[in-house]
Design a protein around this ligand. Structure first.
Ligand code: 4AZ
Length: 232
C-alpha cells in the first residue's frame, strides 16, 4: 500500500490495510496543509512501484483522520492516521489481506518485519522499485533511551513509541517507508509499529522509531466506529 500527494502521483508513504475500508498510516505523511484529499491515491496489492502489477488496485481516500494530538509531545508524537478508503473498499484475496491489530504491547526482544519502497540507503535518494522487507529486533525502552542510543534526541522516546533495529547498524526503514508496517508474527501477523522517524537510516546505535500501535488500539477502534467501520 502506498499513497501519493503530488498530481503526478509519486510514491510518498506506506500504509497497512486493517479492514476493507480502513488503512493505517503515519500522521506526518499528511503534513501538507491544507490536505487535499484528491491528491491522495491508495495503492493496494502493489509490488513493483512503477509497473502495473496483477493484484494492484487504486483507491481514493474518502477521509484522512490524523491523531488529534499529533506533535503534542514533541515533533514526532502520536504519529498515526486512519484513512477511510472510498466506496466499498478493498476486496481481499490471496495477495491482499488485512493485518490484525496487536493484542499485547510488549514485543521487546522479538524480531519483526518492516517493509516498504523507501530509500535503500540514506544517501541514495531513490525509492526501491520493488517492495522490500527486513527483519529487525524490537528493543526495550531502556536501551532505546540510553544517551548513546536515542536518549539525546530532541524527541524523547515516549511510551507510545517503539524502537526497532540492529544497534550495529545496517538494517532499517528510511525515507519513503514512513506510514508502513512493522509486522510481528505469532500465530498470525499483527501490526505492532507504524514507521515514524529516525536519526538518519541504518546508522550505528540509531534504531528506527515506530508509533507503538498497541498504545492506539482504543483510538483506532473509536475512530473506525465514528467512520461507521468495524475492525475484526
Ligand atoms: C523518513 O524520513 C524516515 N530510520 C523514516 C524512517 C526512518 C528515518 C527517516 C528510520 O521518513
Amino acid at each position: 500500500m502506498l499513497d501519493a500527494d503530488r498530481l503526478t502521483f509519486e510514491h510518498h508513504c506506506g500504509g497497512a490495510v486493517i479492514a476493507e475500508r480502513l488503512v493505517l498510516s503515519a500522521a506526518h505523511c499528511f503534513d501538507k496543509q491544507p490536505l487535499q484529499l484528491d491528491h491522495v491515491r491508495l495503492l493496494v496489492g502493489e509490488h513493483r512501484l512503477k509497473m502495473q502489477d496483477k493484484h494492484e488496485n487504486r483507491f481514493l481516500a474518502e477521509k484522512v483522520v490524523p491523531h488529534p494530538e499529533f506533535r503534542k509531545n514533541g515533533p514526532h508524537s502520536n504519529d498515526i492516521a486512519v484513512i477511510l478508503v472510498s466506496r466499498s473498499g478493498v476486496q481481499f484475496n490471496s495477495h491482499v489481506r488485512p493485518i490484525c491489530l496487536p493484542d499485547k504491547a510488549d514485543t521487546a526482544g522479538r524480531w519483526c518485519a518492516v517493509s516498504g519502497w523507501g530509500y535503500q540507503a540514506e544517501a541514495t535518494e531513490n525509492f526501491a522499485p520493488v517492495l522490500r522487507a527486513a527483519a529487525v529486533p524490537v528493543l526495550d525502552q531502556t536501551t532505546c533511551r540510553k544517551e548513546k542510543v536515542l536518549g539525546g534526541c530532541q524527541q524523547t522516546i515516549l511510551d507510545s513509541m517503539l524502537c526497532a533495529g540492529i544497534l550495529s547498524g545496517g538494517v532499517d526503514a528510511c525515507k519513503g517507508d514512513s506510514g508502513g508496517p512493522l509486522a510481528c508474527y505469532s500465530n498470525r501477523w499483527q501490526l505492532h509499529g507504524v514507521v515514524s522517524w529516525g536519526s538518519g537510516c541504518a546508522r550505528r546505535a540509531r534504531p528506527g522509531v515506530y508509533t507503538r500501535v498497541a498504545s492506539y488500539v482504543d483510538w483506532i477502534k473509536s475512530t473506525a466506529n465514528s467512520l461507521g467501520q468495524r475492525i475484526y
